[in-house]
Design a protein around this ligand. Structure first.
Ligand code: NOJ
Length: 538
């Protein structure tokens, strides 16, 4: 047998999520099936046909579990029941079954760092210092002068500690005071989350997106964070301290390894997608040795990078270089916290938005689209009186919060946007969306939606695009070009002016200017300003 070639039977097929396109659904804003102004699980079921048509392989639903909604589902009061205004467990089971029929897997969001203050665990824990669940949360005595136990600040601003007058101790919350942090040093907490993971995995859930999975374990000694220095990143400077002891502790990796073992014990193995809002060199650590921690980790430096060739390329190259062997990147441009890429990267310029979409779908890794990305939806304008996000309410007008990227999905150009009934007030306003709606774009061969669908279909047909290696190509200033495997070239002209890329011959498969699909090029590939193509090379 030729060296290095394995007999067919011994080759392992790559897991499904490596060649998949994932799609994030923010259920409250996706589709409202019962005209109460709030999107729901039946609304997702009703649009599975669309998602299958688009070609996505898996959907990740932002939290659907019971919550008083201090942070819109990210404050969980029951991890194993469905939030009533989103549906019932039966609706959820129908969703998993109906999605399965369309070959779409369902991932859920899990929030292990904190619960709602209304979770029965916290109600019990806060009832007395001797309660059996006291140690399930992070409680500490005040300093002798009565102030908080240490200097930690919440990532939502303000102190990370709130005094509980009843028991005289402070509890920790890395987010809102309504979101007390669990104590991941406690074995009971760990065992309970194993049960919760199994609960959903046993119901056919294909995996979890794990909320702020990097911060769940805190320094056991609750040491003060060091002050920020001039060299620190923007976030540290904003908060005046480096987040050293209230997150990214070495012990968190034991927890993630345990979850990975649990996920792998299923047939088909469940997938763990971590929210890791950290620099690339820290993010890659959450992949462990490449096979024993997260399957996918969100790359925040990529999301927040300026949409320019040098900066995007550097982050992708760094990620490729630093990932442990076997680890697989995830690429995303938008989510319910970080604004929409059609605004952040493209500033409403459709040429840039189309190039960004092509980039996301042609890098080596799993693309995760956020609902609306595929139609080039921009952030909406949400007036003060319509704000729902507690951060917008708290910090307006300095910071308007995250509602602008959470507004309902525009399905049709009618009152209510096809999201809800024309006479119903949606939970967040739709904002003017005009032609940026699914119906208008679905039948338009030139639309962003058609581009998204065609690129996704192309990935299916091209093993090189699915799993081929990434290699940067030499390119003129402001152009980012790379090879996938040996036979595919992707080029983005991130200049306003035209350029020519030399030294490659081939055939344009899909271009952001659809008139160029099918065009051959021989040694000279010309691209207009903000034009991008994916091509087969000859
Ligand atoms: C990250 C979630 O994406 C965000 O929406 C939430 O507010 C925080 N984690 C706290 O759970």
């Amino acid at each position: 047998m030729t060296e290095g070639v394995q007999p067919r039977a011994a080759q392992q097929a790559p897991p499904w999520w490596k060649s998949a396109v994932l799609y994030q659904i923010y259920p409250r804003s996706f589709a409202d099936s019962n005209a109460d102004g709030t999107g729901d699980l039946q609304g997702v079921i009703d649009h599975l046909e669309y998602l299958q048509w688009l070609g996505v392989d898996g959907i990740w639903l932002s939290p659907i579990t019971v919550s008083p909604n201090a942070d819109w589902g990210y404050d969980v009061a029951d991890y194993c029941a469905v939030q009533p205004d989103l549906g019932t467990m039966a609706t959820f089971e129908n969703l998993v079954a109906a999605a399965d029929e369309r070959h779409i897997r369902v991932l859920l969001d899990i929030v292990p760092n904190h619960t709602s203050e209304e979770h029965p665990w916290f109600v019990s824990s806060s009832s007395s210092t001797t309660d059996p669940r006291r140690d399930w949360y992070v409680w500490a005595d005040p300093k002798p002068d009565g102030t908080a136990p240490n200097n930690w600040v919440s990532s939502f601003g303000g102190p990370a500690w709130t005094l509980d007058p009843r028991t005289g101790q402070y509890y920790l919350h890395n987010h809102l005071s309504e979101q007390p942090d669990l104590n991941w040093w406690n074995d009971g907490v760990r065992a309970e989350f194993d049960k919760i993971f199994r609960f959903w995995f046993d119901r056919g859930v294909a995996g979890f997106r794990i909320d702020v999975c990097n911060v769940i374990v805190k320094d056991a000694g609750l040491r003060d964070n060091p002050p920020a220095t001039e060299d620190d990143d923007f976030e540290a400077q904003l908060f005046g301290q480096r987040f050293v002891y209230n997150g990214n502790r070495p012990e968190v990796h034991d927890v993630i390894r345990g979850w990975r073992r649990l996920a792998e014990s299923y047939d088909v193995a469940r997938v763990l997608v971590g929210e890791t809002p950290v620099k690339v060199d820290t993010m890659v650590q959450y992949y462990g040795d490449g096979s024993d921690e997260l399957h996918l980790a969100f790359n925040f430096p990529f999301i927040t990078a300026p949409f320019a060739a040098a900066s995007m390329r550097r982050i992708v190259e760094d990620t490729e270089a630093l990932l442990p062997p076997g680890a697989w990147p995830a690429w995303t441009g938008s989510n319910h916290d970080m604004s929409r890429f059609a605004s952040r990267w493209a500033d409403g310029d459709l040429r840039k938005a189309r190039a960004a979409l092509l980039m996301l779908l042609c890098l080596r890794g799993t693309p995760v689209l956020y609902q609306g990305d595929e139609i080039g939806l921009c952030n909406a304008t949400v007036e003060k009186d319509d704000l729902r996000d507690p951060l917008g309410v708290r910090y307006w007008p300095a910071y308007a919060g995250r509602d602008a990227m959470r507004t309902p999905m525009p399905w049709r150009d009618v009152p209510g946007g096809g999201f809800t009934d024309p006479g119903t007030r949606p939970w967040l306003p739709l904002g003017p969306f005009g032609g940026c709606n699914v119906e208008a774009q679905r039948s338009d061969p030139e639309s962003m939606l058609t581009l998204a669908r065609d690129l996704i279909a192309l990935r299916r047909l091209s093993p090189a695009l699915q799993t081929g290696s990434y290699q940067t190509m030499a390119a003129p200033e402001g152009v980012w070009a790379w090879r996938r495997g040996s036979g595919v070239v992707v080029a983005l002209n991130m200049n306003d002016h035209g350029v020519t890329l030399e030294g490659t011959r081939g055939h344009i498969w899909v271009g952001t200017d659809r008139a160029r699909d099918g065009e051959d090029f021989d040694n000279r590939l010309t691209l207009r300003g903000w034009e991008a193509v994916v091509a087969g090379t000859t």
